[in-house]
Design a protein around this ligand. Sequence first.
Ligand code: FAD
Length: 378
Amino acid sequence: MMMAVDGNAGRDVGPVDVLVVGAGPAGAATAVACRRLGLSVAMVHRPAGGPGGGPGSQTVEHVPSSVRQPLVDLGLWDAFTAADNTPCAAAYTAWGSDDLGWGPHPPAEQGWLVDRLRFARWIRQAALNAGATLHTATSHPLAEGLGFARPRRRPEGRFTVDATGRRGRLAERFGASRRAADELLAFTATLHQGEHQLEAAPVVLVEAVRTGWWHTAPASGGRLVATFVTDPAVARLSERPAEQVWAGALAASNHTAARLHHHRRDRRPLDLTPTGIAALDRAAGHRWLAVGDAALALDPLGGAGVHQALQGGLAAARTIAASLLAGDPTAGARYDAEVQARFGYHLEARRRIYEGERRWPAATFWRHRTSGSLAPVA
Ligand SMILES: Cc1cc2nc3c(=O)[nH]c(=O)nc-3n(C[C@H](O)[C@H](O)[C@H](O)COP(=O)(O)OP(=O)(O)OC[C@H]3O[C@@H](n4cnc5c(N)ncnc54)[C@H](O)[C@@H]3O)c2cc1C
């Protein structure tokens, strides 16, 4: 059944300029930017949890201060700073040695810690406020008439945007293929701080261990969100249940184990998130383009995904306007070239970061990610 939600209940949707499939940060940013250019927009949303539902619901994302510019350009900066996001005091890394150093961003540019589901809801609401509509998909869009049981009311777009995230497959229906560079697996859990162990400052910690790396960050309400990222082969080879993989990696850590020591896990099972590093071989075509993780899924180690989703939304809207309003036949090709170039820079940057860790050259995780054996784009 087609359902309009979040304030659009019952509103009928005729043909629109832009149909955005997937209403995560990239889809919602595209919708806001399109509305600012005067285009009508309908978003099709499938809530997180099902296949292709985005990173685990427990994830806290570290968003660098560079996110300010795209938020200003979207007209959302003031609302973002007024929202309940936690400024990040520092990001420490134990990478290449057991000593703690600064993360990839200097201390003055630490940015924010955002609760991933709350941020997605917030920017989706901003798109609604800007005049976009939101509809719930009941099955894979375009596979079954967009999944709407009442075809006469389903939204139709002159231009389609694939914003279905890392595991989305919509662009493949337009003839594009996904080029995978790497595959990671993330295990995430939420912990609660002990009454007397409340951490003084919201600090991110990244620590390399033999089987992968840890990311821990505080969240609202005295919570601490811990993610262990490994190679699916490592998890498979060990043939242990997820909880044991997690416990083994924690025991092998130094700073992360110390940080989690006085925290207790909540009752939720671990979120297991397949985290492919991939890009489409073609991110735009006739009357369609892909944006955010659907176009270009980055390694979460760099903490650039949210910035890229917002920046990508702005670029997507400019491309759509050039194509639909100005009739520019080259806009899609320029957009695609930008996506391909960004993927190339990203692969080179992450190769350098992984090569910075040389303590376990024979371990599967590091062997797969260091020079010469990093999976080529295929
Ligand atoms: C473990 C992990 C940790 C991360 N940490 C960080 C971090 O610290 N900082 C950072 O900046 N980034 C981080 N990222 C990356 C960041 O989460 C993503 O880059 C960002 O969410 C991309 O937004 P998106 O809108 O492209 O995709 P998503 O957030 O995945 O949104 C896609 C949306 O499309 C919906 N959808 C899927 N299929 C369909 C369909 N068929 N029909 C309708 N809707 C559909 C999904 O339900 C989802 O709501 C992390 C990622 C992972 C996996």
